[in-house]
Design a protein around this ligand. Sequence first.
Ligand code: CUA
Length: 156
Amino acid sequence: MHFHKYEKIWLAFGILSLVVFLSIVGVTAFAHGHEPSGGLDTIDPEKVNETAPFDNPGVRQIDEDTYEVVAVAKAFGYDPQEIRVPAGKEIIFTITSTDVVHSFTIDDTKVNMMAVPGRITQKSYTFKNPGTYLILCNEYCGTGHHYMSTEIEVYE
Ligand code: CUA
């Protein structure tokens, strides 16, 4: 009788642990699939193209004074091809890579971000002056490394 009671307690403990474990896994999976940005720092590099926000790279306005640029670095270029943002507004860059380590470095600015497969990197920057800025890859990433660049147009 006494033995039986202990077995029940252990069984209950086991089930409880399983429930807790599954909840954590479930919540984590949900957060990764649905949270648009912020607070996220890991991503499955094989599923970048289908994981928000990278399933739709580009510029989006978050509020009156804030924009987000979602970009994917890959050998040997960046998605999207065309980036246009306003001067004088906060721009949050959200970057990842689908293959190897690249960088997302904007010439003449303090934006020098690592683009690492499996990781999401974010940086906020406000352009003072309009113009066309060069985006370069500063991490050696293979034969096309020296050609890996794009431009960002900052409008008034
Ligand atoms: Cu990409 Cu160097």
